[in-house]
Design a protein around this ligand. Structure first.
Ligand code: 23J
Ligand code: MN
Length: 263
């Protein structure tokens, strides 16, 4: 297949609307929920702040601009391998050094929305992934795996999104053997609709925070606070996502987009 011709066909399909672009990103602003780690574990990231420099006024008569106070791990965001201690010494492990080839990749979307509606602490297991593969096809090397939970519908409110009680946060995520299994298939990333890539009860799993611990140990990536995964097919979409090129960055807010065949 001639690659130039293939790209022209993609361009024509985008123009005709037979391939459409789905936005997988939550709005980013002062209302964006941020993770609330128990103070006993460590410090927390600040909420987004937007500070005006000028708005067509005496501080800048013809222009408007702002400066931001923004944590790396805020809103729909990318986790680089250096984010976790298990990935701290790996090559090309920071947002500015990740090879850009990894920013465009095929997507596998595993629908767990029914299980999560019944149990907010639901964990997707290796067995669940294998059952999905039996139906939809094998997870290929170089692809991403996204856990669809429909949790993003809660993203407008920190209260319902974090869903914490006296026992801690309750939100879905992967089991340890799920992450081990997808890594054995050669995936480059794991994505979740939750505030982070791990479940609310991730701290209690072995190892703690298995998506972070194991994905980053393998020099692989994470995406958190994804939206609109209910608009993606189980297979066949292509993800476009890149962190800002922060020097030595551990993560970054992103605009995540998927190309999907239109129905
Ligand atoms: C630091 C510690 C634990 C977690 C996280 C950050 C995240 O979820 C994150 O945004 O990477 S679970
Ligand atoms: Mn993160």
């Amino acid at each position: 297949m001639d690659a130039g011709r293939l790209l022209s066909e993609v361009a024509a399909a985008l123009s005709a609307g037979t391939i459409k672009v789905v936005d997988l990103t939550a709005p980013l602003g002062p209302d964006t929920p941020v993770i609330a780690l128990p103070p006993a574990i460590g410090k927390n990231t600040p909420k987004v702040e937007v500070h005006s420099i000028s708005h067509y006024d005496s501080d800048g008569p013809f222009w408007a601009w702002n400066w931001l106070k923004l944590g790396e791990h805020t809103g729909t965001h990318f986790d680089a391998p250096v984010h976790w201690i298990t990935g701290k010494d790996l090559p090309d492990n920071t947002t500015d050094r990740i090879p850009p080839k990894n920013f465009v990749a095929p997507l596998n979307v595993i629908d767990c929305s029914r299980e999560v509606a019944a149990d907010p602490d639901f964990l997707l297991t290796a067995e669940g992934v294998r059952a999905w593969e039996a139906k939809h096809g094998a997870i290929e090397p170089g692809s991403w795996v996204f856990m669809r939970s429909d949790w993003y519908h809660r993203n407008g409110s920190a209260e319902t999104f974090l869903n914490a009680d006296a026992n801690g946060p309750h939100s879905p995520g992967p089991s340890t053997d799920c992450i081990e299994y997808i890594l054995s298939k050669g995936v480059i990333g794991w994505g979740s609709e939750g505030v982070g890539t791990d479940a609310g009860k991730g701290a209690t799993l072995q190892p703690p925070f298995p998506a972070h611990n194991l994905m980053h140990k393998a020099n692989r990536y994470g995406l958190a606070s994804l939206c609109n995964l209910d608009q993606l097919p189980p297979k066949g979409a292509i993800l476009f996502v890149a962190p800002l090129k922060f020097v030595n960055g551990t993560g970054s807010p992103v605009r995540a987009l998927a190309l999907v065949p239109s129905a």
